[in-house]
Design a protein around this ligand. Structure first.
Ligand code: NAG
Ligand code: NAG
Ligand code: NAG
Length: 242
């Protein structure tokens, strides 16, 4: 490890940021939450619970350990497909396998939003996100409150109000929209906000991001959900490079 990398590592430890790899040129930030039994799930006080088990094990004389798992399509860090909120799109097959890789990877802006409000039209306007920006991750009070690290679901999380979502669609070029808790929409606006964002089938929603220690600014994002036919959402690995 050269001195530059030692310094970077020290900086990352001190700032609590999620850097997991550095070779002196590229820095990789893992913005995916670990899938554990303690992970919060929507509308539940119990968290994810037991989700993986061995079906063959070396201990029992098998050649290899092989497990199976069972997860909801909207577990942890995940994407939403158009079929999540539209029956028509479900029937037409607009599942996660149809999401655009062009949208899921590329330049991204991480923005800090005001901590005292949900994301309304007024908040969106105040952020001054320039035209031509196609991907934005919204870092909110959810990160400060460590909600993704808290097993009990919190319905008072920060998200988009419907007027904020409409403002985004009308006044920005954003096609990938990410947030740091289990839903892009404030709890009270779940249906209208998802409808507004998913209607055109051009916007990809990424939820449950881990933005701990991530500073606002420009990065490159890579989110790669499984190519799962019929799925209205899917856990995804997301990383930022800078
Ligand atoms: C291993 O064997 C024990 C005893 O037969 C059984 O209870 C257990 O379920 C087995 N586990 C696996 C992973 O095969
Ligand atoms: C294989 O499974 C056994 C339980 O049967 C476990 O103790 C062991 O750590 C596993 N090995 C690996 C490499 O995961
Ligand atoms: C955001 O909206 C939720 C209701 O969905 C509310 O409980 C919460 O207090 C609001 N957050 C802020 C910061 O105003």
């Amino acid at each position: 490890m050269n001195n530059h990398n030692k310094l970077l590592l020290l900086f990352c430890i001190l700032s609590g940021s999620a850097v997991v790899y550095s070779d002196g040129n590229a820095r990789i930030f893992d913005i995916t939450h670990k899938i554990t039994s303690q992970l919060p799930t929507f509308d539940s006080q119990k968290g994810l619970g037991h989700f993986i088990w061995l079906v063959s094990s070396i201990k029992n004389g098998s050649m290899a350990n092989i497990s199976e798992f069972k997860l909801g399509t909207h577990t942890g860090t995940h994407v939403d497909a158009p079929s999540h909120f539209f029956q028509k799109y479900y029937e037409e097959g607009f599942d996660v396998s149809t999401l655009s890789l062009q949208t899921l990877t590329g330049p991204v802006l991480v923005v800090d939003v005001p901590r005292n409000k949900n994301i309304t039209a007024e908040v969106m306007k105040s952020l001054n996100i320039p035209r031509g920006v196609h991907r934005v991750l919204f870092k909110t009070l959810n990160t400060d409150r460590r909600l993704m690290h808290t097993r009990e679901f919190a319905s008072d999380f920060t998200g988009f109000k419907k007027d904020g979502a409409q403002w985004l669609v009308d006044n920005t070029d954003i096609k990938l929209v990410g947030i740091d808790y289990l839903s892009i929409s404030a709890y009270v606006d779940a249906a209208p906000t998802h409808h507004i964002l998913l209607k055109s089938r051009e916007i990809v929603i990424v939820e449950g991001l881990n933005l701990d220690g991530i500073k606002p600014g420009k990065y490159t994002v890579h989110c790669l959900p499984l190519r799962m036919v019929g799925a209205d959402g899917c856990p995804t690995r997301c990383i930022l490079t800078a």
